[in-house]
Design a protein around this ligand. Structure first.
Ligand SMILES: Nc1nc2c(ncn2[C@@H]2O[C@H](COP(=O)(O)OP(=O)(O)OP(=O)(O)O)[C@@H](O)[C@H]2O)c(=O)[nH]1
Ligand SMILES: [Mg+2]
Length: 261
């Protein structure tokens, strides 16, 4: 398979001691945690994932956070063998982090059955991971953890943010004609079959990755579904969602719409 992998990914894959691989049984899931300045969240999040007791690989993709996120992960690596840390030279965007995560997973000698993506700020509850995997096992290639279906919920957002997110989702859903209510949710379970097909094609740099992955699933005729989640606004650390990111996202929706018509 010809996958273009960035230098940072090449370096890290070279350094993984595959001959002493920690997993004996098939890996159930690889969990991609993109981080930029998540020192206040990352330790508790990784510990919560480890407590789930699933046969998992945790892949932290950190963009040289100046707040010490990396050091915390390196310390945890001493206690847990299933953590891989990829350090990239500078903040390169959520989209490229997820794509690098996918490509790293595909270069492992054994692939996991599923790939989870989630924010590293506790907005996504790690205890929901087994439920998303369970849904995927029913034969879905993407299970979106959804705030906008029955049983889904948002806690702690200002009314303005709820309205903006709701409108953005409805617009994107109508324009792109995707049958999903929460297109921007980053809490997902992907089948490895999907990741193999998608990784060489994905191009997003920032938050638009969430839409591009769903569009691609539709074009590849893969099965997508939603499962309700309770999304809780981050309590610690700062949001990375800037006006620039939002404008970039809107531009992506408009360009996609023009491509369709
Ligand atoms: N590696 C990497 N991670 C990023 C980048 N931008 C955001 N992240 C991480 O991606 C996840 C989502 O970013 P958030 O800042 O939580 O953005 P958001 O969820 O839209 O907004 P808030 O929840 O309000 O903070 C978090 O774990 C961030 O640390 C980036 O450029 N590179
Ligand atoms: Mg967040």
């Amino acid at each position: 398979m010809n996958i273009e992998v960035s230098n940072a990914v090449k370096e890290i894959v070279k350094s993984i001691p595959f001959e002493n691989k920690f997993w004996e049984n098939i890996l159930e899931a690889a969990i991609i945690l993109p981080t930029y300045n998540e020192s206040e969240n990352i330790r508790d999040l990784i510990l919560a994932i480890e407590r789930l007791n699933i046969n998992s690989l945790i892949l932290v993709i950190d963009d040289s956070s100046p707040d010490g996120t990396q050091e915390i992960v390196r310390n945890l690596q001493k206690d847990f063998k299933n953590i891989i840390l990829i350090v990239r030279p500078r903040k390169m965007g959520l989209g490229t982090a997820i794509i690098d995560g996918f490509k790293t997973i595909l270069s492992l000698p054994d692939k996991p059955e599923y790939v989870i993506t989630m924010d590293a700020d506790f907005s996504h509850n790690p205890e929901d991971i087994p439920r998303l995997i369970q849904h995927a096992k029913e034969g879905y290639d993407i299970v979106v953890g959804s705030r906008y279906i029955k049983g889904g919920e948002i806690v702690g957002w200002t009314p303005t943010r709820i309205i903006i997110s709701g409108i953005a989702n409805k617009m994107a859903r109508a324009i792109l004609r995707l049958p999903i209510n929460d297109l921007t949710s980053g809490f997902r379970c992907y089948s490895t079959k999907y990741v193999i097909k998608a990784a060489p094609k994905l191009k997003s740099k920032r938050f638009e990755i969430q839409i591009e992955t769903l569009k691609l699933a539709r074009n590849l005729r893969m099965k997508v579904t939603e499962a309700p989640i309770k999304f809780v606004n981050r309590k610690r650390g700062k949001s990375k969602l800037t006006i620039k990111e939002i404008l970039n996202f809107i531009e992506f929706i408009i360009k996609s719409a023009l491509q369709i018509s």
